[in-house]
Design a protein around this ligand. Structure first.
Ligand code: COA
Ligand code: AMP
Length: 625
C-alpha cells in the first residue's frame, strides 16, 4: 500500500477490490469471492458468500503457525496486585474448554449470551468462547446497575448469563451477584443458566444462588472446536446509549469485523504481531471489544488487560509502570485518563521512575482530545499523541492519523483525516454539502466499510430512523464538526442528547426518565455541562410540583441515589438545581442546548420558536456565568 491518498481513493472507488485484498489477512473456511453486497441499499453487507470462525482466527491459527508460546494476554490487576499471562496455546485451551461449558448448557449457534464481568481474563475467554460456538455475546459494562442489565437481557433474550462474584473499585467492592439476581427478577426473559467466576476478594458465590461455578464447570469440560459461521452472522450485540432511555443494540458481524480490525491494527495503529499492545478501557465498551480483545488477538500480538485506574491505584505512575513492566509499544486510552494523571502529577515525576524505551505511541479516543492535554502528553511523553474518532456503531476509527500507512503532521484539536473506507462529509440541516471550515453534521456516505454496524438487534426500523433516514444515502454520526482545507476533520461534539462523561457514553434521556419519576418532580432536563476532568458531566434542572415541600438538599440526595440505583455509579449524576420553569419552544421541546450554553458561560443561541423569553431570562439570572 503506497500513500494515504492512493489507499483512500481506491477504498472509495473500488471498495470491492480494496476489501477483498484486505480479506487475505483472515483465514476463511469459505473464502469470499466478493466483498460488498449492495443489493439492498441503504443496508449493506460484507463478504456475503464467505464463512469463517472468529475465535479460530484470534487463537487457533496463531498456534498452528508455531506461535503458541507467544504471550497472547497479560492480565495486570492494580486492584488485587496480581498478574497472569496466557500464551496463545493456553488461551486457546481455556477458550475451547469454556466453549465446551457453554455447549454443555445447550448454548448453540445464534443463541445470545450476556457477559457481565469485571476486568478479568475470564471476560475475554467468555467472549471468545461464544465466538467459537457461533453464539452471540452481549457484554454489559460492570458499572451499570440491575435495571440497565435487565433492559439488555429483555432485548437480547439470552440463554445464559456469564458473570463473576464482582468487581473492585478503589475503596469499594462491587458485588455483582445481587445485581444479577435483581436483574433476572426484573426481566421478562430471564435465562435458566448463570455461570459465575468466583473471585476471592468479593463476597458471594454461585452456590448462594443455585448457579454454576466457572471453575467447577471448567474442571470437567471438553474442549470444543470452532464452528463455521457466515461472515454476515452476528458476532456480538453491544448496547449503547441513544437519545431515548432505551439503549441501542449495535450488531457486529463476524467477517467484516475480523477484516477491519486486522487492517486497523496494521494501518491505523501501525503495530505488528511482535508488539505488546495496551488498551486501558473496559471490555464493556466498544474500545474494549475491538482493542483489548479482538484486534490484537486477530493480529497475533500481545494484549494487556488492566484492572485499575490511571491514578490512585496506587499513584499517577500506574500507566507508566504497566508500559515499562510489560514492554508495551502503544497505549490507547481516553483523554480523561491523561487529564487525571496530569492533575495528580503535573510535572510527571512518576514517569521518570520507569523505563519507557519500548513506548512508541499514545492513542486517544472516546471523547475529544483537547489541545491542552494533547500538548501536555506530547511534551511529557516525547512520543506522538494520536487522537482518533469513532463510535460504538462503527467499531473502529472513522478519522485517524494512519500510523501504519502514512503518518501525517498532528494538529491539536483534530483526529486528522478520514480513514480509508469512510467517505466523511459535513452537511447542513438540509443535507447540502458544506465547504472547508464550515460547521455542520458529520455524515459518512454509504456504504460504510466492513466492521461497521450491521444493524440494531431485531429493530431494523430504529436502525433506519436513527442513522439512515436523516440524510438519504448517508450514515448520520450524531456528531457535529468541520473539515479544514487540508482535509483534517474537527469533531466538536454531539448534536443530539447523548453526552460523554469520562469517555463513557450516556443518554441524558435515560437520566431524565429516572429524575422525572420522583414524586416531587413536575418536569426536568438533564444536560451535559463542561467538566475539567471528565469532559462533561450530567447536570439536572428540576421544576417542582406545586405544593412540593421537599428541601433542595433532600431532593438532590434522593435523585442522586435514584439515578445510581437505576443506571449505576457510572452515570456520575451529582448536580441538581431547582428552577422555576424550563425554557421551551412553542411545540414544547426543551431548549437543552441553550441551557448548556448558559451554564457553560458560552454565547447562547435563542431559537425564534421560543415559547416564553422571560423563562430564559430568569435562567440566565440564576445560572449564567
Ligand atoms: N464497575 C462499577 N462501578 C464503576 C465501574 C465499574 N466497572 N467503573 C466506574 N465505576 C464507578 C466509579 O467507582 C465511580 O463511583 P463513585 O461515584 O462511587 O466514585 C463512578 O462509577 C464514576 O466513575 P468514573 O467516571 O470512571 O470516575 P472515577 O472518579 O472513578 O475515575 C477517571 C476517573 C478519569 C480516572 C476514570 O474515569 C477513567 O479512568 N476514565 C477512563 C475512561 C475510559 O477508559 N473510557 C473508556 C472509553 S475509551
Ligand atoms: P462511544 O460510542 O461510546 O464510543 O462514543 C462515541 C462518541 O464519543 C462519538 O460519537 C463522539 O461524540 C465521541 N468521541 C469518540 N471519540 C472521539 C474523538 N476522538 N474526538 C471527539 N469525540 C469523540
Amino acid at each position: 500500500m503506497a500513500t494515504y491518498a492512493d489507499a483512500f481513493s481506491r477504498s472509495i472507488d473500488d471498495p470491492d477490490g480494496f476489501w477483498l485484498d484486505a480479506a487475505e489477512a483472515i483465514d476463511w473456511i469459505t473464502p469470499p469471492t466478493r466483498a460488498l453486497d449492495d443489493s439492498n441499499p441503504p443496508i449493506y453487507r460484507w463478504y456475503p458468500d464467505a464463512s469463517l470462525n472468529t475465535s479460530a482466527n484470534a487463537l487457533d491459527r496463531h498456534v498452528a503457525a508455531g506461535r503458541g508460546d507467544r504471550d497472547a494476554l497479560i492480565w495486570d490487576s492494580a486492584m488485587v496486585g496480581e498478574k497472569r499471562t496466557y500464551t496463545y496455546a493456553q488461551l486457546l485451551d481455556e477458550v475451547a474448554r469454556f466453549a465446551g461449558v457453554l455447549a454443555a448448557q445447550g448454548v448453540t449457534k445464534g443463541d445470545r449470551v450476556i457477559i457481565y464481568m469485571p476486568m478479568i481474563p475470564e471476560a475475554a475467554i467468555a467472549m471468545l468462547a461464544c465466538a467459537r460456538i457461533g453464539a452471540v455475546h452481549s457484554v454489559v459494562f460492570g458499572g451499570f446497575a440491575a435495571p440497565e442489565l435487565a433492559t439488555r437481557i429483555d432485548d437480547a433474550q439470552p440463554v445464559a448469563v456469564v458473570t463473576a462474584s464482582g468487581g473492585l473499585e478503589p475503596g469499594r467492592v462491587i458485588e455483582y451477584l445481587p445485581m444479577v439476581r435483581d436483574a433476572l427478577a426484573l426481566s421478562a426473559s430471564a435465562p435458566a443458566t448463570v455461570i459465575v467466576k468466583d473471585r476471592a476478594q468479593v463476597p458471594g458465590s454461585a452456590v448462594d444462588h443455585g448457579w454454576l461455578d466457572w471453575d467447577e464447570q471448567m474442571a470437567s469440560a471438553d474442549a470444543v472446536g470452532p464452528v463455521e459461521v457466515a461472515a454476515t452472522d452476528p458476532l456480538y450485540i453491544l448496547y449503547t446509549s441513544g437519545t431515548t432511555g432505551k439503549p441501542k443494540g449495535v450488531v457486529r458481524d463476524n467477517g467484516g469485523h475480523a477484516v477491519a480490525l486486522v487492517w486497523s491494527m496494521k494501518y491505523v495503529y501501525g503495530v505488528g504481531p511482535d508488539d505488546v499492545w495496551w488498551t486501558a478501557s473496559d471490555v464493556g465498551w466498544v474500545v474494549g471489544h475491538s482493542y483489548i480483545v479482538y484486534g490484537p488477538l486477530l493480529l497475533g500480538a500481545t494484549t494487556i488487560m488492566y484492572e485499575g485506574k490511571p491514578v490512585g491505584t496506587p499513584d499517577a505512575g500506574a500507566f507508566w509502570r504497566v508500559i515499562s513492566e510489560h514492554r508495551a509499544s502503544a497505549l490507547f486510552t481516553a483523554p480523561t485518563a491523561i487529564r487525571a494523571i496530569r492533575k495528580a502529577d503535573p510535572e510527571a515525576a512518576e514517569l521518570a521512575k520507569y523505563d519507557m524505551s519500548s513506548f512508541r505511541t499514545l492513542f486517544a479516543a472516546g471523547e475529544r482530545l483537547d489541545p491542552d492535554t494533547f500538548a501536555w502528553g506530547t511534551e511529557t511523553l516525547g512520543v506522538p499523541v494520536v487522537d482518533h474518532w469513532w463510535q460504538t456503531e462503527t467499531g473502529w476509527a472513522i478519522v485517524a492519523n494512519l500510523r501504519g500507512l502514512e503518518p501525517m503532521p498532528l494538529k491539536p484539536g483534530t483526529a486528522t483525516v478520514a480513514v480509508p473506507g469512510y467517505d466523511v462529509q459535513v452537511v447542513d440541516a438540509e443535507g447540502n454539502r458544506l465547504g472547508a471550515d464550515a460547521e455542520g453534521n458529520i455524515v459518512v456516505k454509504l456504504p460504510m466499510p466492513p466492521g461497521t454496524l450491521a444493524g440494531l438487534w431485531r429493530d431494523e426500523a430504529r436502525f433506519r430512523s436513527s442513522y439512515l433516514e436523516a440524510f438519504p444515502g448517508y450514515y448520520l454520526t450524531g456528531d457535529s464538526g468541520y473539515i479544514d482545507g487540508d482535509g483534517y476533520v474537527f469533531v466538536l461534539g454531539r448534536s443530539d442528547d447523548v453526552i460523554n462523561v469520562a469517555g463513557h457514553r450516556l443518554s441524558t434521556g435515560s437520566i431524565e426518565a429516572v429524575v422525572a419519576a420522583h414524586p416531587a418532580v413536575a418536569e426536568c432536563a438533564v444536560v451535559g455541562i463542561h467538566d475539567d476532568l471528565k469532559g462533561q458531566r450530567p447536570s439536572g434542572y428540576v421544576v417542582l410540583k406545586s405544593g412540593a415541600t421537599i428541601s433542595a438538599d433532600d431532593l438532590r440526595a434522593e435523585l442522586v441515589a435514584l439515578v445510581r440505583e437505576a443506571i449505576g455509579a457510572v452515570a456520575t449524576f451529582r448536580d441538581v438545581t431547582v428552577v422555576e420553569a424550563l425554557p421551551k419552544t412553542r411545540s414544547g421541546k426543551i431548549l437543552r442546548k441553550t441551557m448548556r450554553q448558559i451554564v457553560d458561560g458560552e454565547e447562547y443561541t435563542v431559537p425564534s420558536t421560543i415559547e416564553d423569553m422571560s423563562v430564559l431570562e430568569a435562567l440566565v439570572e440564576q445560572l449564567g456565568r
